[in-house]
Design a protein around this ligand. Structure first.
Ligand code: AMP
Length: 115
């Protein structure tokens, strides 16, 4: 989508530190990390939020994104101590970029419940 920040990351039109890439997903480091390790996992095709990943295609995409996030977390050494995968959807959750993204956070003790 033309005006989407994360579509521009996928296209290489804005710089990002890529952690891992597949045909349908990209993992890259958050520009404003909230933990020692903070990576965003996004689909290469534009999907605004998790609520838009519907039907069999959406279900398959969400499954791949979650599995991919876990693989990236393992690669980044987060398995032993653990990590969190979270997606913000809509204004109450504080979603600031309207392209589906999973936050992979680790490297410190994470508080619960989130603020
Ligand atoms: P959310 O607030 O859940 O929509 O998450 C959006 C995330 O994108 C935030 O954690 C931002 O720090 C991050 N972000 C925004 N712009 C960029 C960028 N150009 N490169 C990497 N991360 C970004």
């Amino acid at each position: 989508m033309a005006d989407c920040l994360f579509c521009k990351v996928v296209a290489g039109e804005i710089p990002a530190r890529i952690a891992r890439r597949t045909a349908d997903a990209v993992a890259f480091y958050d520009i404003d990390p909230k933990a020692p390790v903070h990576v965003l996992v996004i689909p290469t095709r534009h999907v605004p939020a998790v609520r838009n990943a519907v039907g069999p295609e959406g279900e398959a995409l969400l499954g791949r994104l979650l599995a991919f996030s876990a693989e990236v977390a393992t690669e980044l050494g987060l398995d032993e101590r653990g990590y969190r995968i979270v997606t913000n959807t809509g204004p109450d959750a504080g979603q600031s970029v309207d392209h589906l993204h999973l936050h992979v956070l680790g490297g410190r003790r994470l508080g619960w419940p989130p603020g």
